[in-house]
Write a protein that binds this ligand. Structure first.
Ligand SMILES: O=C(O)C1=C[C@@H](OP(=O)(O)O)[C@@H](O)[C@H](O)C1
Ligand SMILES: C=C(OP(=O)(O)O)C(=O)O
Length: 466
C-alpha cells in the first residue's frame, strides 16, 4: 500500500488534546528568506482532477496539510491510486470522468469546507452512494449552498437539519447539466457545480455575480476540458462542455498566498524586520490582501515575477512599516476572503480607522470569523466593531497591548493571526489551541521562530494561566 500520512484526528469528532501556545516579541526584527507550503485550493483540485483524468498525474509542491490529506484519502476511497513519492511529490492514477467507484466507508473530510463541498459535486455525477462527514467545525457549516443547485443534476442529498454534515449522497446515473447563478461569492460552490458538470452530457453554465478564485477553470483547461469564460458586466459566465476525456497533466503547486500572509504581515509589524517568501502564487483573484497592505503604507515588493504551472508566482518581500488605516471595498472580499483575520491584526497596529466592508461570508468559515476576530482583538486590548457586515477598527498607531488568551474555535487562521499579533504587541498573546494550524500550514511555528532567531512562539511555561 502506498504511504498516506495519517490525519491527526482519526475518528469523526474525536478532538486531539488542545495544544496551547504563546507568542512574544522576539527582541529583534524578523529576518530571512523562506518558502511556505503549497496552495491549499490548488492542492485539493490537483488531487481531484488527477483522480478524474486518464493516466498518471504527478503533483509537486502539494500541501501536506490535514485538509488536503483528507482529499487524498477520499480520492483513494473513490478508487483512484494515490501515492506519495516524497515531500510534496505525489502521483495519482485516475479513473477517467465518470469512473469513480462507491466508497466502502464514510468519507471524513475533517475540517475542510473545500474538500466537502467540491466532493459533493464530484459525487453528484457518479451513480454511487456515499456519506460525507467532518469534524465539529465542518458539521456546523452550511452545505445547502452546494446541495440545492446540485439537485438539478438528478443527485439526491439527505443531511442533518439545515442540510449539514453528515450528508448522504446518491449520485445521478445520467446527470443533467446545470445552468445556475451562484447567489453568494463562493469558489467552492462554483467548483462543485463545474465538477458535477464534467459527468453531465451537454453544457453546464455557472454564473457568478463577482469573480472568485479561478483555479478550477484553469485546471479544467490544463487537463484538456473545453471551458469558456465570458464577462457580462460584473458577472462571469463559465461554460463547460460535459463528458470530456480529461488527460493526466503535471501540476506544480505554487506557495500559498494565504499562508504567506502570516510571515509577511508579521514582518510589517515587528520593528527591524525584512522577510522574503519565495514562489508565492499571485493569481490576481487571490492577491487582495497584498494590494490592501500596500494601500496601508506597507513596504511590500514583488521580485522574480514569473509563470509556473500556468499560475503567476513571485517572491514577496515585506519590511517593517508604519501602517495607516484603510477602507476595503466589499468588491475586494472574494480575492482575500481568508486573509481578514490577519488583516485585522495589521489594522490593530495602524494609525487611523480601518473599515472592511461586506464580510458576511466570514460567518460561515471554520468559525464565525467575524465574531472570532472581534474577540481576538478584544482579548488583547483592541476594540473592534461590527456594523452590518462591516468590521471597523480605529487605532492610533501604537502597538497593540496584547496580554490576552484567544479562543481559536477550531480555526487555523484565527490561531495564526493571534500568534502574529503576539510577535508585535506589548505583552505576549496566548492561544488555546494551535492543533488546527496543521490543516493549512504545517511547520508554521518552526518557520516563524526561524525568522525570529529563537522561540518567539512556544508552549506557555505552565499552561495558559501564568
Ligand atoms: O475554493 C476554494 O479553494 C476556497 C474558497 C473559499 O471559500 P468559499 O468558496 O466558501 O468562499 C476559501 O475561503 C477557502 O479557503 C478555499
Ligand atoms: C475557509 C477556509 O477553508 P475551507 O473552507 O476549505 O475549510 C480557509 O482555509 O480559511
Amino acid at each position: 500500500m502506498p504511504h498516506l500520512p495519517a490525519p491527526t484526528a482519526p475518528h469523526p469528532g474525536a478532538a486531539p488534546a488542545p495544544a496551547p501556545m504563546r507568542s512574544a516579541a522576539p527582541g529583534r526584527g524578523l529576518k530571512g528568506r523562506i518558502g511556505v507550503p503549497g496552495d491549499k485550493s490548488v492542492s485539493h483540485r490537483a488531487l481531484m482532477f488527477g483522480a478524474l483524468a486518464v493516466g498518471t498525474t504527478e503533483i509537486t509542491g502539494l500541501l501536506e496539510g490535514e485538509d488536503v490529506l483528507r482529499t487524498a484519502a477520499a480520492m483513494r476511497a473513490l478508487g483512484a491510486e494515490v501515492e506519495r513519492l516524497g515531500e510534496g511529490h505525489w502521483r495519482v492514477a485516475g479513473r477517467g470522468v465518470g469512473g469513480l467507484v462507491e466508497p466502502a466507508d464514510v468519507l471524513d473530510m475533517g475540517n475542510s469546507g473545500t474538500a466537502a463541498r467540491l466532493i459533493c459535486g464530484l459525487l453528484a455525477g457518479h451513480p454511487l452512494f456515499a456519506v460525507l462527514t467532518g469534524d465539529a467545525s465542518l458539521r456546523r457549516r452550511p452545505m445547502r449552498r452546494v446541495t440545492e443547485p446540485l439537485l438539478a443534476t438528478g443527485a439526491r442529498f439527505t443531511g442533518r437539519a439545515g442540510g449539514r454534515l453528515p450528508l448522504a449522497v446518491e449520485g445521478a446515473a445520467e446527470p443533467m447539466p446545470l445552468d445556475y447563478e451562484v447567489p453568494v461569492p463562493s469558489a467552492q460552490v462554483k467548483s462543485a457545480l463545474l465538477l458535477a458538470g464534467l459527468c453531465a452530457r451537454g453544457t453546464t453554465r455557472v454564473t457568478e455575480r463577482e469573480a472568485t478564485r479561478d483555479h478550477t477553470e484553469n485546471m479544467l483547461r490544463h487537463f484538456g476540458a473545453t471551458v469558456r469564460v465570458a464577462a457580462e458586466g460584473n458577472r462571469r459566465v463559465i461554460e463547460l462542455e460535459g463528458q470530456p476525456e480529461l488527460r493526466a497533466a503535471p501540476v506544480a503547486v505554487p506557495a500559498d498566498p494565504s499562508s504567506a500572509a502570516f510571515p509577511l504581515v508579521a514582518a510589517l509589524l515587528v520593528p527591524g524586520s525584512e522577510v522574503t517568501v519565495a514562489g508565492v502564487g499571485l493569481n490576481p483573484l487571490r492577491t487582495g490582501l497584498f494590494d490592501t497592505l500596500r494601500e496601508m503604507g506597507g513596504g511590500l515588493s514583488v521580485t522574480n515575477a514569473r509563470v509556473e504551472g500556468g499560475e503567476p508566482v513571485g517572491d514577496l518581500t515585506a519590511s517593517f512599516s508604519a501602517l495607516r488605516g484603510v477602507d476595503v471595498p466589499a468588491s475586494r472580499a472574494p480575492s482575500m476572503i481568508d486573509e481578514y483575520p490577519v488583516l485585522a491584526v495589521a489594522a490593530a497596529f495602524a494609525r487611523g480607522t480601518s473599515r472592511f466592508r461586506g464580510l458576511a461570508e466570514l460567518r460561515v468559515k471554520e468559525s464565525d470569523r467575524l465574531a472570532a476576530t472581534v474577540a481576538l482583538l478584544a482579548a488583547n486590548g483592541v476594540r473592534a466593531e461590527v456594523e452590518g457586515d462591516d468590521l471597523i477598527i480605529a487605532r492610533d498607531g501604537a502597538p497593540a497591548p496584547g496580554g490576552g488568551t484567544v479562543e481559536t474555535h477550531m480555526d487555523h487562521r484565527i490561531a495564526m493571526s493571534a500568534l502574529v499579533m503576539g510577535l508585535a504587541s506589548t505583552r505576549p498573546v496566548a492561544v488555546d489551541d494551535t492543533g488546527f494550524i496543521d490543516t493549512s500550514f504545517p511547520g508554521f511555528t518552526g518557520l516563524m521562530n526561524g525568522l525570529a532567531g529563537g522561540p518567539a512562539i512556544a508552549a506557555p511555561p505552565s499552561g495558559l494561566r501564568e
